[in-house]
Design a protein around this ligand. Sequence first.
Ligand code: NDP
Length: 453
Amino acid sequence: MSVLKYIDKVLKQIVTNSPGQVEFYQATEEVLSSLVPLLERYDKYDKYNILERIVIPERTIIFRINWLDDNGNIQTNIGYRVQFNSAIGPYKGGLRFHPTVNLGIIKFLGFEQIFKNSLTGLNIGGAKGGSNFNPKGKSENEIMKFCQAFMIELSRHIGERRDIPAGDIGVGKEELGYLFGQYKKITGRFEGVLTGKGLNWGGSLARTEATGYGSVYFAEHILNKYKDSLKGKVCAVSGAGNVAIYTIEKLLSMGAKPVTCSDSGGTIYHKKGIDLETLKAIKEIERKRLSEYVKLCPDAEYIPVSKYPKNGHACWQVKCDCAFPSATQNELSLIDAKALVKNGCKLVNEGANMPTVPDAVRYLKENKIFFGPAKAANAGGVATSQLEMSQNASMSNWSFNEVDAKLKKIMKNIFDISYETAKEYGCKDDLLTGANIAGFKKVADSMIDQGAV
Ligand code: NDP
């Protein structure tokens, strides 16, 4: 069977076996279709049915969560943990609490996580989890009750050598604290079972900053390769959460000028550059909506979602040299890609997971825009989580600079392996293909070594 037919057969099986999971189809199609040069070179992946096996999670756990709200009423949510692949290490991947969470979204994120974790060069397998619980508008007490109820079930399936969850959208320090406290209460064990922990109870310095910083380091490597740098570049950033804030912080420290950020209500455009202190005060301390920003910085513009172009996002309509989508999946459409190209953008670097829709990725490629794919560009977060695991296991604490230096080295290695692999397989400069092949090969070869398990 030809390689293209083999891939097509597996993609069809996915649709039959996982009805309605559109984000999962999108993620599997992107990865599998980029493996053509690898599959043409080696027939072992077909011989050992690797594609058929790698698209099915090793284990999928779906559970009911009941918790009592402040009025004493029983609330019900659905919880997920998809333990996708443990060929190269224990399961590792974040937890997302957001009303849009469903099995297809958790599977897409878990699938991406396998290859991202492999690219870090560290021994971590791929997983993802979460719930359709919406932390917005809930009291502290309700968030705690929900997290405790979620952990009652999750605790049966995780452990420091088994599965180590972390945060993601809607799961920050506060939620991780409640989850960790409940895990300890249930199991009686103080162990590094979660990452992104508070600094007083086993967390690592620089973990909070790692995904955003790592994304900027990756973008700098791309530009350096072509004898350019971020210094002086105008950058559009989406999101106003963990990844976006620390992307903006690192961009500023490298002499770039981030001019946008956004939340689900709208976009801030601040032509003279985002004021980091104001952004942090609103989002990290007061936990308010981004619309507050213009009250403190009246020379900035606030564009509510109702004023966005049809099927487009305000962040990508501004004149910029580089774009950093750092909020959520499918937030950069074909219309947005066209606007970026028209306005002279040179680089799109994905801080969020799968933020760019497939048509837009194709359009950017056709127009020779540099592209930092998510599983490489945002891998600094999970890599630093693994550094947190190392510190927990050896009962040591490293300084901020030590962790940051290791993060820098890891991001350089990820860039090099993605770049070199693309070149080796005849797709020079295509970091997406390079990252997919390099991430896949290590996991697939390990699966072959370990037999039919
Ligand atoms: P946060 O919850 O801290 O922030 C998410 C931001 O994106 C918020 O500003 C949020 O706005 C906005 N957002 C979320 N969903 C939507 C939506 N459907 N439409 C518009 N805006 C939205 O999450 P993170 O910063 O941690 O994560 C951002 C992205 O980065 C995700 O794709 C995540 O999977 C990915 N990622 C995160 C890592 C990490 O270490 N945190 C590691 C690797 C990837 P609002 O508050 O209004 O909802």
